[in-house]
Design a protein around this ligand. Structure first.
Ligand SMILES: [Zn+2]
Length: 337
């Protein structure tokens, strides 16, 4: 951070007198010198050092017809000796200064504040003041959590406005939703996205398959073959193999719509052939650091990450020789003409 005497300069403007007073407080704490108001009105603020011999002074005044305060005159250097005894460090000031710590980790301890303040300003903050500061900061952060929820409605509205017909069917056609087939989730997806394509993660589907009693390597192999098959012919072979192994297992699996778990029957709207959803687990991990933030901060954080990622992908795809991505063009080359 810049030193206060580098930040403050002649003609510098402040939004209003409160912003000027805040700056004054920061200056005083950084300089380890006190100040007193010589004159303190809505029109003009004059501050000087309590030490009469000291040269420090500042004059700021309002711009006519505005709230803006502007620095008119100043001599920032104190000629008096420094002291931290009469510091104006308060719980409120500390809370403002260190709110960002609680924003990224709500469990931040008071010792962190005490150490940071000692290192930066040489001020020894009493424990009880650090406690009060912590409470004020936590209240501000959690208050933001509550305040951000109503903002979600605005976000949804923006999506609807810029993407007519969205909800289920947007600019990019109907969505495909892949889940791990948990009961609650299954109901929620059916209720919220009744017209969307659904897919089930093969790994989770196999866990269900095992839970109802179908175990063993042979059964698993048949199920894998059926799911990974790229055409109906190979799918049918795998399903027949399964039926030979176990009629009951075949019945159970046949009851689950094949378009939800067998690659050859997937909708072609969604351009991925993955049969497991570890992709979303990766995404989940990727957004871990913003996931605990207030909801709007979280959405913005995810959006920022995605923008960076898409930009990087776009840049790397520039080197591609054709419309097909490098990974899949390599695969096609393996197959040959
Ligand atoms: Zn002074």
């Amino acid at each position: 951070m810049e030193q206060p005497h580098e930040q403050l300069c002649m003609k510098l403007c402040f939004r209003d007198q409160h912003q000027f007073r805040d700056a004054l407080l920061n200056l005083h704490i950084t300089q380890a010198r006190n100040f007193k108001y010589h004159r303190n009105s809505d029109q003009r603020i004059i501050v000087e050092c309590p030490d009469k011999q000291c040269q420090f002074f500042m004059v700021a005044a309002v711009i006519k017809g505005e709230k803006t305060f502007v620095i008119k005159k100043m001599r920032l250097e104190h000629t008096c000796p420094s002291t931290t005894e009469t510091t104006r460090v308060s719980a409120k000031w500390l809370a403002q200064k260190y709110e960002h710590l609680f924003r990224s980790d709500i469990t931040t301890g008071i010792q962190t504040i005490i150490d940071a303040c000692m290192e930066k300003y040489g001020v020894d903050v009493p424990k009880c003041m650090a406690y009060r500061a912590k409470n004020i900061a936590i209240e501000a952060v959690l208050g933001d959590h509550k305040k951000q929820y109503p903002r979600l409605k605005d976000y949804a509205q923006t999506v609807m406005d810029t993407n007519p017909g969205s909800g289920e069917v947007g600019k990019f056609g109907p969505y495909t939703i892949m889940s791990d087939r948990q009961k609650g989730l299954l109901n929620a997806v059916n209720a919220v996205f009744p017209n969307c394509n659904q897919r089930f993660c093969l790994r989770h589907l196999y866990a269900n398959f095992q839970n109802v009693g179908f175990r063993g390597e042979d059964l698993k192999k048949c199920m894998d073959n059926a799911s990974y098959a790229y055409n109906e012919h190979k799918f049918n072979i795998a399903m027949n193999d399964l039926r030979v192994e176990s009629e009951e297992a075949w019945e159970w699996l046949t009851a689950i719509p094949k378009k939800t778990w067998a690659r050859h029957a997937f909708d072609t709207n969604c351009k991925t052939d993955l049969v497991v959803n570890n992709l979303s687990e990766v995404f989940n991990k990727y957004i871990l650091d913003v996931r605990r933030k207030p909801i709007r901060t979280m959405c913005d954080g995810i959006k920022d990450k995605q923008m960076v990622r898409w930009h990087r992908n776009r840049e790397s795809v520039k080197a591609a020789r054709w419309d097909i991505t490098p990974h899949y063009s390599e695969k096609l080359e393996e197959v040959g003409p």
